[in-house]
Write a protein that binds this ligand. Structure first.
Ligand SMILES: [Zn+2]
Length: 291
């Protein structure tokens, strides 16, 4: 019995020692260019009553203690029955543009439809509809975020025919579950995990350097009231989590009004010849063992 107990104690100590040394190994990497976060927001705009989440997000991007005047990309749903397809939704998209943000294509259907499951004709039609919606707002979108991250050669080809390139993500808040409860009590552990996944990619030089920094694409969902309420905290969390992984962050950690945010995004879009990437959505993430 004593032998078994000793073994358990030794195993526990070894495990702790392993964890400590693993944490200790995370050193800063001065040779790697610093990161700059490119914020993207999916599924909006929201027409929830006050406080309206999309309005809250716009307010925090403009004014927050981390970096005022952040400019982001909003991948909007121009025909959403509870958002972009309503007069209030259209007003919010116009406001996003007026504030200097970029609009990207997400869906042009009443719901959150999967492009991968559409026939060529239906996909072509929905892209045409969405482009017309964006044109009504006075813009021509150049980036698309595939709903549910689902894409293949065929949908990339249809996007290209419509003048669009697909932007995936490097870091996701996994806040795309748009019904209660909205809270994310494990957001710190989750962001730590996201940065643990990002770190080897940065150190291996997998991410392109643009204008001296590495643009890191981050995805949130502006219709999520918890995200909207806690966005300033999330901004700080991104910085803290990256630094904890020894990743250098640029003095100006987010893109702002002096940057061509759309051009930066285009430098990070999917290349048709690369293998298809699978990014877990909220439900797939729940099935993962790690947070
Ligand atoms: Zn979406």
């Amino acid at each position: 019995m004593r032998t078994l107990f000793s073994c358990l104690v030794l195993a526990a100590l070894a495990l702790l020692g392993g964890c400590r040394s693993a944490a200790h190994r995370v050193a800063t990497s001065p040779d790697t260019p610093p990161l700059r976060f490119l914020l993207t927001f999916d599924d909006g705009p929201s027409i929830r009553s006050a406080p309206n989440p999309t309005e809250q997000v716009l307010g925090t991007l403009a004014r927050n203690p981390v970096q005022p005047g952040i400019k982001a990309i909003f991948f909007v749903q121009t025909r959403a029955a509870n958002g972009g397809g309503t007069p209030q939704g259209r007003q919010l998209m116009q406001r996003e543009l007026a504030l200097g943000h970029v609009l990207g294509f997400h869906t042009a259907t009443p719901g959150h439809s999967n492009h991968l499951s559409m026939s060529a004709d239906v996909l072509g039609e929905t892209l045409k509809t969405g482009l017309a919606d964006h044109a009504d707002l006075g813009v021509v979108p150049r980036v698309v975020r595939p709903p549910m991250w689902a894409y293949d050669d065929r949908t990339l080809g249809a996007y290209a025919d419509a003048g669009l390139r697909a932007l995936l993500t490097d870091v996701t808040a996994n806040d795309g579950k748009l019904f209660p409860p909205y809270g994310s009590p494990r957001r710190k552990q989750h962001m730590k995990y996201q940065m643990e996944l990002l770190r080897p990619r940065v150190l291996a030089g997998e991410l392109p350097v643009v204008q001296g920094v590495i643009p890191v694409v981050v995805t949130f969902h502006d219709p999520n009231p918890f995200t909207a309420e806690h966005l300033a905290e999330y901004l700080q969390l991104l910085l803290n989590s990256a630094r904890q992984q020894g990743l250098r962050v640029a003095d100006r950690p987010f893109y702002g009004q002096d940057d061509d945010v759309e051009a930066i995004a285009l430098a990070r879009t999917v290349n048709a010849e690369d293998p298809v990437q699978h990014i877990p959505g909220f439900w797939q993430s729940l099935l993962r063992l790690k947070p």
